[in-house]
Design a binder for this molecule. Sequence first.
Ligand code: ATP
Ligand code: MG
Length: 366
Amino acid sequence: AASPTRSYAITLLPGDGIGPEVISVAKNVLLLAGAIEGIEFNFHEMPVGGAALDLTGVPLPGETLSAAQQSDAVLLGAIGGYKWDNNEKHLKPETGLLQLREGLKVFANLRPATVLPQLVDASTLKKEVAEGVDLMVVRELTGGIYFGKPRGFSTNQNGEEIGLNTEVYSISEIDRIARVAFETARKRRGKLCSVDKANVLEASMLWRKRVMAIALEYPDVELTHMYVDNAAMQLVRNPKQFDTIVTNNIFGDILSDEASMITGSIGMLPSASLGEKGPGLFEPIHGSAPDIAGQDKANPLATVLSAAMLLKYGLGEADAAERIEAAVLHTLDRGFRTGDIYSDGNKLVGCKEMGEEVLKAVDLNV
Ligand code: ATP
Ligand code: MG
């Protein structure tokens, strides 16, 4: 049934390295899936990272940020590369990403780790353990020890130099990330595990207390708690036990990287960063991969799946998102593989050809 056309403004930030190659594929996939589902996209492409440094002298030009803020969602490729590693002005491309997150006020970072049946051999874990893993880490992104004050270098009572950082969380910061996590779990299998260190840290004690309080609003979601040291173990021992995990900034940083290695396919993993209102930021978890940039070797699927997250979590367009996810699975089923996920018996393709195969699959599912 044809529903009226919905129209969205999308800011595309290709960035550096393989960023432009993978964004180009994701853009075409969004256009086609959108056309089939009655969605119209207005794309605005803006410079960010090293590309913006070269062009304007700063990694996040004001025009890029305001375009992003005024759009319905932002799709980012990747930022950084050797070229800018030792630049004399001390302006790093990566600063642009931090400023972008800050400017969009995205406090919730969603990182799925899914072991696809077609890629189970890529996992760093034994097949029996890896098979069927499908979890989501919801990481608090703008609070905690990475931002807490006081911080810095000083001296202690003995005159010895110390480095100081502070883990701080307020009730409002915990409540809002908890709600995102419960909503996420509700859209998945209805299980949420909150990870903390409430046996030692006051910030974690408050975290656990507030997560339990917010749980009363979500009686349909099954809530459990786990200490972070145990969670790190359980992730490699039996990752299938997890559906949605919610945790603070630093624990989430570590656990989401651990979870991504379970899948073993950095070129396949998307992410979403969401705020209270306003546009979300969607990007592959991989970096700019300067070693393969410009060679048509990049795996575009992490960015294509980020576009699917954009539709689902950013625009509420679940049908179009599922169409794209199904197309990715279908393309893998047909044996197409970029170098990073290649194994014997499959068809080795480049970034562009992988994109074309996904487009065919999107079309096929009409
Ligand atoms: P950053 O600091 O930006 O995260 P990094 O050096 O930590 O960068 P990546 O840029 O993600 O990590 O690259 C790590 C390795 O994975 C590189 O060898 C790169 O070629 C490979 N890689 C990353 N993304 C992809 C992709 N989409 N397709 C194929 N290979 C990739
Ligand atoms: Mg990295």
